[in-house]
Design a protein around this ligand. Structure first.
Ligand SMILES: Cc1cc2nc3c(=O)[nH]c(=O)nc-3n(C[C@H](O)[C@H](O)[C@H](O)COP(=O)(O)OP(=O)(O)OC[C@H]3O[C@@H](n4cnc5c(N)ncnc54)[C@H](O)[C@@H]3O)c2cc1C
Length: 342
């Protein structure tokens, strides 16, 4: 019989589990119920005991690795923690959130245990075996993987499962001792864009995509980059949406053309960019070409505003296309959002 372990880690607070970890807990509960297999949840955190009550209602065995050494992501300490938890749980299937923290150590830990790791798992099937799905070739081909090797590490893509949200209660946590190797890396802190400047928001309900049209000559023969920037940022500010871009628009920066200063290649959606998951998406001033649209694979409701009635979006790629000038449309939308907020 399989023994399932869900690896979790704390968020920035150090005492609550990250959202991606809670999503992995949901996946673990579903898989354990389906296979009638025992479930263990392992917590890696500075204060794992404080994080544990949120898992009390899972009914799972709770193991924890705690201490200041585990407050920060660092290969040596995280790998040691994950290895110790896997050994204590005698896990055959290890589910972990595909966060940078666990993605970095999963292959190494799997190797130490003679196992195997697969990444970007989006679903675990519905049969009595473990069928792990992932997408290849930039989300164009879906594969279902089965392996005999154990332990089998499955790193789950964020947004593929609902975050576990059971009632908090008294939790019995078994502390697992970790033999730490010599720690050569000292984490001195984080450097991140200031809050408000960050435009990539994976947890947002909506994605706004800006295409190259925003910086092209408009019917009056002029470009209107400043106005475009104000409209885009105004919408993001009012809605909390995440900002994506077409490749053409972010490439323009390197080509010396007018650019929107807040866009980088990190915003790029598509074959050579990201494939985010949002309930809704609004594409503006973008042609809807296949290499871009393939990045919209996991966007629920897709809408587009383009001047071109023959653009790719109108050819069955969007649910709704507004054939219109995005400048006045977005100005009106922002005005309505401002009125609504008052
Ligand atoms: C190997 C390869 C990989 C690629 N990978 C990616 C990728 O990952 N992501 C990606 O995005 N692209 C990718 N591309 C490029 C892709 O094929 C397209 O060239 C690109 O996505 C087009 O970007 P765009 O629609 O922003 O610009 P354009 O093609 O220039 O289209 C601009 C659109 O804006 C519209 N417009 C202009 N003004 C307005 C206005 N006022 N109101 C409304 N609409 C307006 C125009 O009608 C036009 O449809 C890749 C290409 C290749 C060959």
């Amino acid at each position: 019989m399989e023994k399932i372990l869900v690896l979790t880690h704390a968020d920035e607070s150090g005492s609550a589990l990250s959202k991606a970890s809670l999503e992995a807990v949901t996946a673990g509960l579903e898989l354990a119920a389906r296979l009638s297999a025992p479930l263990t949840i392992g917590i890696v955190a500075a204060d794992a005991v404080a994080a544990a009550p949120a898992l009390a209602s899972t009914g799972a065995r709770l193991l924890a690795v705690s201490g200041e050494a585990f407050a920060q992501a660092r290969y040596a300490s995280d790998a040691a923690a994950a290895e110790a938890l896997c050994r204590a749980a005698e896990a055959t299937i290890v589910l972990a959130p595909g966060t940078s923290r666990f993605t970095r150590v999963a292959a190494g830990v799997a190797h130490r245990l003679g196992g195997f790791a697969d990444t970007h798992i989006t679903a675990l099937g519905d049969s009595e075996t473990v069928d792990a799905s992932r997408w290849f070739y930039r989300q164009r081909i879906e594969a279902v993987i089965r392996r005999d090797t154990r332990p089998w590490f499955l790193l789950l893509d964020a947004g593929t499962h609902a975050a576990f949200a059971g009632a908090s209660g008294t939790a019995k946590v078994e502390e697992v001792a970790v033999q730490l190797p010599e720690l050569r890396t000292t984490v001195s802190g984080f450097r991140a864009p200031e809050q408000g400047q960050q435009t990539i928001r994976p947890d947002a309900k909506m994605l706004l995509v800006a295409g190259a049209g925003w910086t092209k000559k408009q019917p009056d023969g002029q470009i209107h980059v400043t106005e475009a920037a104000e409209l885009i940022l105004g919408f993001l500010h009012a809605t909390g949406a995440s900002l994506g871009s077409s490749k053409s628009l972010v490439d323009q920066g390197g080509e010396g053309e007018s650019v929107l200063p807040f866009l980088t290649h990190m915003n790029q959606i598509g074959q050579t960019g990201a494939t985010p998951r949002h309930a809704k998406g609004l594409s503006t001033c973008c042609h809807g070409e296949e290499p871009h649209v393939v990045g919209w694979r996991f966007i629920g409701d897709r809408r587009a505003i383009s001047l071109d009635p023959n653009c790719g979006w109108t050819r069955g790629k969007a649910d709704v296309v507004y054939v219109a000038d995005a400048f006045p449309v977005m100005a009106k939308v922002n005005a309505l959002l401002t009125t609504k907020a008052k």
